[in-house]
Design a protein around this ligand. Structure first.
Ligand code: DGP
Ligand code: NA
Ligand code: NA
Length: 213
């Protein structure tokens, strides 16, 4: 007995990686190319600093406001959940979402702090209920190289020893939905690899492949 196909929907594609690895450039290139192929697509980033919760996160990242680590972690998570309904609505309406960071950043950055009760298991548990990505593009770059890029150090987490710990946490998160790319390659070469993985996901979603949880 064939199962009923799900309704067509948009794909959820996430870019992850340490700070200054080139996520913004690649996610922009993906969105532009998908648009040129008439794919209905929106480009978001997390944290979304435009909301009230996002402004608190921005204060913490940028203005050096001190905050309890658990409280901050839950602000980042709340910032994703406050966008959950809109994400589900857009995906169900056939819009593909390209996200610059998502729950995986939540786990990797907070677990990298080494606070005993904020381990990766706890960090994963508070993300339960958010839609799962169809594809995670992980942009792998040696932390030393990212740290040498312009602007590094402007925000709280941009310290080389911390970025090394974040990279280790990401390694432990990889699963079958991840595509790991060499972020030190030329942008156009990376983009071709991203497209090769993203297009099939957009097509699967349009055919009604179910959204993960
Ligand atoms: P960005 O705007 O992509 O540069 O992200 C801001 C910083 O916040 C970056 O260092 C990664 C970090 N970050 C993103 N999401 C989370 C999260 O959920 N938890 C924590 N602790 N940090 C996060
Ligand atoms: Na950053
Ligand atoms: Na972000």
């Amino acid at each position: 007995v064939a199962t009923a196909p799900c309704a067509p929907r948009g794909a959820l594609i996430v870019f992850e990686g340490i700070d200054r690895c080139g996520k913004s450039t690649q996610s922009n290139m993906l969105v532009n190319t998908l648009r040129s192929r008439r794919v209905n697509v929106e480009h978001w980033r997390f944290p979304d600093r435009s909301t009230k919760i996002g402004q608190k996160i921005d204060d913490y990242l940028h203005n050096g406001v001190q905050q309890d680590d658990t409280a901050v972690h839950l602000l980042f998570t709340a910032n994703r959940f406050e966008k959950r309904n809109e994400m589900l609505r857009l995906l169900a309406g056939g819009t593909t979402l390209v996200l610059d960071r998502y729950s995986y950043s939540g786990v990797a950055y907070t677990a990298a702090k080494g606070v005993p009760h904020l381990d990766s298991e706890y960090c994963r548990s508070v993300e339960v209920g958010l839609p799962a990505a169809d594809l995670v593009v992980f942009m792998a770059m040696p932390p030393e190289q990212a740290a040498a890029r312009g602007g590094f150090g402007a925000e709280r987490y941009e310290k080389l020893d911390f970025q090394r710990k974040v990279a280790q946490q990401y390694e432990a998160l990889k699963d079958s939905h991840w595509l790991t790319l060499d972020a030190t390659l030329q942008p156009e070469l990376i983009h071709q690899q991203v497209m090769g993985a993203a297009l099939p996901m957009v097509e699967n979603a349009a055919r009604g492949a179910p959204l993960g949880r």
